[in-house]
Design a protein around this ligand. Sequence first.
Ligand code: NAD
Length: 499
Amino acid sequence: MEEIGHWIDGKRVAGTSGRFADVWNPATGEVQAKVALASKAELDAAVASAAKAQVAWGATNPQRRARVMMKFVSLLNRDMDKLAEALSREHGKTLPDARGDVQRGLEVVEFCIGAPHLLKGEYTDSAGPGIDMYSMRQPIGVAAGITPFNFPAMIPMWKMAPALACGNAFILKPSERDPSVPMMLAELMQEAGLPDGVLQVVNGDKEAVDAILDNPTISGVGFVGSTPIAQYIYERGCANGKRVQCFGGAKNHMIIMPDADLDQAADALVGAGYGAAGERCMAISVAVPVGDETADRLIAKLVPKIEALKVGPYTSGEDVDYGPVVTPMAKENILRLVQSGVDAGAELVVDGRDFSLQGYEDGFFIGPHLFDKVTPDMEIYQKEIFGPVLSTVRAQSYEEALKLAMDHEYGNGTAIFTRDGDTARDFANRINIGMVGINVPIPVPLAYHTFGGWKKSVFGDLNQHGPDAFRFYTRTKTVTARWPSGIKEGGEFTIPVME
Ligand code: NAD
């Protein structure tokens, strides 16, 4: 069986801890590889070596660093199909969706080609007599990224590209569910010209994560994953004096006003609710039609579309809408939550529980589910299900729908479907959620804007990618320089103020 180790100092190395995790092929249910789980000693050695490599990389001029990003983009395009295939084989998502996963990461690398401009800093000429003042953006040194299973190409690239473009060394701890693509990305970075040791991929579980959080050389940690782990990492990392940004779970509401184009809204809901088997932090998991008439018409349009969804393995190429979920544990948890919805009295309008695919009976496939008449006290409403399950909560007014989304503990993304500009503007202004779509179901910002939720979907104060990433991965040093001319006046004993 294939053993996946780590990427250290420019080569693949075997793990030495003796601990491994299973990597499944979710379509067939087979264990296709074992991934090594690093010990604290392995993590610490990788960091020590990265810290040495960072010195020269940090001193490399930003334009040369940007050229590595430029080359990396062309290599990603060259290997797009290979990366997508490896990604689908471990994650289960369809091939077109896997290409999208690589593409949305690649776009952040493209943004990082502009690093020299973003790192220019600030300068004040003649801030006082003979005094100039300038602020430099310097690398933080060694940064680390801990990433989730659901975007094994995109999120590692969101983390490592800005960190590296800023002149840092980077330790990537990818999800142990689908580690192959992160390893391939490291190989491509080397081919693009990144010096060995500057990017280390350390595979592992809690032991490796805790070693990152406790390692004194690592000065910044970026995390994406579920909320309880996000909170844990934020608290432990901050207690150890690091800067930390953690992006957590979600429960994204889509509000459908009575004046919305319901065909457009139904199509949007099907794509945003069931795409990638619902394993997206920006998936829509709650539909909130306003008024019973809107709800009845919406459900009538949704049911045939959901029943027509094609669920299958990635090897079916374009001919499948979504694939299996990632592990047998994920499947079990999703089906348990579906049962809890039924037990709590929600109406299961589309029931995917008996779904089975001929030839793939052992795969982790789940048929689509649609609930109606869900209420806020139910577990299926409160928890992130992360599966192909859409819940409908009926609201009787716009204000009730708005309050529902605002009262939920998560605040990652949301959408409103309406033909009324006034309602849309009011919603965008008042909602306490980080990313808002207006007639757009999955409003993931592009690379040059920033990505981040509010409330329990985030811990920390800067977003991912866009200009915020360059703030997170650099620290500011401000120099006040005096080159006096003329007669020297002796020491100054009061705090200087500029007149
Ligand atoms: P997860 O929290 O289980 O794992 C994320 C990372 O944390 C992995 O690298 C994992 O190895 C590590 N980890 C897991 N348990 C740990 C523990 N006890 N101690 C220390 N580290 C631990 O998340 P997942 O299942 O891989 O990903 C799905 C979750 O990620 C969902 O909640 C989803 O909403 C969220 N997500 C959020 C965003 C966002 O930007 N807000 C984006 C994608 C995914």
